[in-house]
Design a protein around this ligand. Structure first.
Ligand code: PLP
Length: 369
């Protein structure tokens, strides 16, 4: 099988696996226990937070470990509703369901305003500025890398705008952590998020980065863990795993970027030249190289193309795993590409030239049939 659905999830890196097994076997003390086993486990968690803080340019005590992106985002929106008590929320209609459903769940729907999107699946900066001007002090939630298209937000520019209008800024960085550098302080971020399974770490662990100047209360109660921000015995092995995965991602980031940029350009060029009715979604220059999303003209053949590719042993996605569960307006409708269906090809550092060649041959074969 050739796996090209890395935006949905990734294989665990062997080194991450080894670290986690060691932690499970040798650091199994309860981090809240005061004996030596407990202290060892707690130290490991603190060291992991310190390493992550250096990589993301934030403070160690700004990291709250969670069970992944969805929990981190829920914790954040729970606080937007109950502690920050934001008067306005500004977001985009194409945020991940963890954001859009949290807005509904925590009673923020009536305060929420949606920024217009450009054809490149990015917020319209002029409209964003208008909204910020009308709604000072708003809570802004705009994802860094769009999970369905790979479009890359100019987070620095949004951070500066938010600072200018005294807005609180959260960027859903689940798809960008370990792929595009995050400088929490320089980007004027107040909140960011990571999910280990998107970067060759384990499933069910991640973290929220929270500006330490902002008050917060836990959603999970029943213990003082994570400095009182999230009760429950910590997932020590998972925390060591996310830390290792992020460290490796930073070491390999620029080589992976260069390699996948070439694969993406090659695929995009070959496919659109051979089948001119296929479009690439977004601007290839303003997106991460890991994700290439194609818009295929809708017909009987393309409707089931991802299943046909699966049968030929190529795993790709017909869109995001999460959006496929909801019947809201699709990403392509939002960017005015009607009567097309998306095909998301998402690569990782393990993707090879040979795999790309084989995939291209199979896709062109099916589309030309
Ligand atoms: N945000 C984005 C942009 C995502 O792509 C995902 C996962 O698909 C999430 C949030 C949710 O993360 P998790 O799978 O860790 O709950």
């Amino acid at each position: 099988m050739i796996y090209l659905d890395n935006a949905a999830t990734t294989i665990v890196d062997a080194e991450v696996n080894d670290v986690m097994i060691t932690v499970m076997q040798h650091f199994y003390g309860n981090p809240s226990s005061s004996h030596s086993f407990g202290v060892e486990a707690k130290t490991l968690i603190e060291e992991s937070a310190s390493t992550i803080a250096k990589l993301c340019k934030c403070h160690q005590n700004e990291i709250i470990f969670t069970s992944g992106g969805t929990e981190a985002i829920n914790l954040l929106f729970y606080n937007v509703a109950h502690v920050l008590k934001s008067k306005y929320v500004i977001t985009s209609p194409l945020e991940h369901p963890a954001v859009l459903e949290s807005i509904k769940q925590y009673g923020l729907a009536e305060k929420t305003h949606f920024v217009k999107l450009t054809k490149d699946v990015l917020p319209d900066m002029n409209h964003l500025e208008e909204l910020l001007h009308e709604m000072p002090g708003a809570f802004v939630s705009l994802m860094h890398v769009h999970n369905e298209s790979g479009s890359l937000l100019d987070i620095q520019m949004v951070g500066e705008l938010c600072k200018q209008y005294e807005a609180v800024f959260f960027s859903d960085t689940v798809q960008s952590m370990g792929k595009s550098p995050i400088d929490f302080q320089a980007m004027n971020l107040d909140f960011a998020v990571c999910s280990a399974h998107k970067l060759h770490g384990p499933k069910g662990v991640g973290f929220l980065i929270k500006n330490r100047a902002i008050d917060f209360k836990p959603q999970l109660v029943g213990g003082g863990q994570s400095s009182g921000m999230r009760a429950g015995t910590e997932n020590t092995a998972g925390i060591a795993g996310v830390c290792k995965a992020l460290e490796i991602a930073h070491q390999t980031m620029s080589n992976t970027h260069e390699k996948l940029k070439q694969f993406k350009q090659y695929l995009a060029h070959e496919i659109t030249t051979n089948i001119p009715t296929v479009q690439c979604v977004g601007d290839l220059q303003i997106s991460i190289p890991q994700i290439l999303t194609l818009a295929l003209p809708f017909n009987d053949k393309t409707q089931s193309i991802h299943r046909e590719l699966d049968a030929l042993e190529f795993v790709v996605s017909a869109g995001s795993a999460c959006h496929s569960l909801s019947d809201e307006k699709s990403m392509l409708n939002h960017v005015c590409i009607d009567n097309h269906i998306p095909l998301r090809i998402s690569m990782s550092k393990f993707t090879t030239q040979k795999e790309i060649e084989l995939f291209l041959g199979a896709l062109l074969g099916l589309l030309k049939e």
